[in-house]
Design a protein around this ligand. Structure first.
Ligand code: 13P
Length: 258
């Protein structure tokens, strides 16, 4: 982290977990336990059906709500999809885009790019996910792969719009596996991502972009991961489903930075 130049963002990705009533109960408990001091931005990205309950539960707090996906179209015949306009109107500030679990369901780089542009157009902060497979890591092509994912996802994104984007580095082999990237491995890629952004935009944007790590981040490893200079937060799956574990990760963001 480096709080002088950029925001620290700790975000939950609930994936397909919790019903609306469970959302209400969980977030009410979370709100009561949340310390008053402000160390980082906190976001809960929840299933679409839980958004209203989450927004209601977190009203008048500093906690933001996000969606886990969106459709790039403004409206139309897309059964089961939700638009960025709907997400904004429901009270969200963030939307996860390009998660590897959605890419595995067939989401292409071109679709990720269209969703990023739609989200920015609607005034949302996209949390743009990138990351390599185990095979790619073992072949030594991690950085090339991520450079390609970023180039495709950021097509047409202006310098001004880039200020709204959070990038999440999520190595696929670390997601839900309990196999966290070491702080050094995670830092190496997050630092490379920052360099890519700096080269594509400017030194100022490179310095200001928030880059999260995601993949089995938990209450035990968060402190060390967040101590890395280029890791500005986390995108947390499993550990965000437990108030105490998620609060411990938020507490880990309260450490001195360079
Ligand atoms: P886990 O924290 O469960 O590994 O999930 C990470 C993730 O995919 C967050 O988007």
């Amino acid at each position: 982290m480096n709080r002088k130049y950029r925001k620290t963002v700790i975000a939950a990705n609930w994936k397909m977990n919790k019903t609306p009533s469970e959302t209400k109960a969980f977030l009410t408990e979370f709100k009561n336990k949340l310390p008053r001091s402000r160390w980082c931005d906190i976001v809960f990205c929840v299933p679409a059906i839980d958004i209203s309950a989450a927004v209601r539960a977190m009203r008048e707090t500093r906690v933001a709500i996000g969606a886990e996906n969106c459709n790039a179209a403004a409206s139309g015949a897309y059964t089961g999809e939700i638009s960025t306009g709907m997400i904004v109107d429901a009270g969200c500030k963030y939307v996860i885009i390009g998660h590897s679990e959605r890419r595995a369901m067939g989401e292409t780089d071109a679709e990720v790019n269209a969703k990023v542009l739609a989200a920015l157009g609607a005034g949302l902060h996209p949390i743009l996910c990138v990351g390599e497979s185990l095979e790619q890591r073992e072949m030594g092509v991690t950085e090339e792969w991520i450079a390609m994912q970023l180039k495709a996802a950021l097509q047409g994104v202006t310098e001004d719009q880039m200020k709204k984007i959070v990038i999440a580095y999520e190595p696929i082999w670390a997601i839900g596996t309990g196999k966290t990237a070491t702080p050094e491995q995670a830092e190496e890629v997050c630092c490379a991502i920052r360099t890519m952004i700096r080269k594509r935009y400017s030194a100022k944007i490179g310095r200001a972009v928030t880059i999260q790590y995601g993949g089995s981040m938990n209450e035990k490893n968060a402190f060390e991961l967040l101590a890395q200079p280029d890791i500005d937060g986390g995108l947390i799956g499993g550990a965000s489903l437990d108030t105490d574990k998620f609060l411990a990760i938020i507490n880990a963001a309260n450490q001195p930075t360079a």
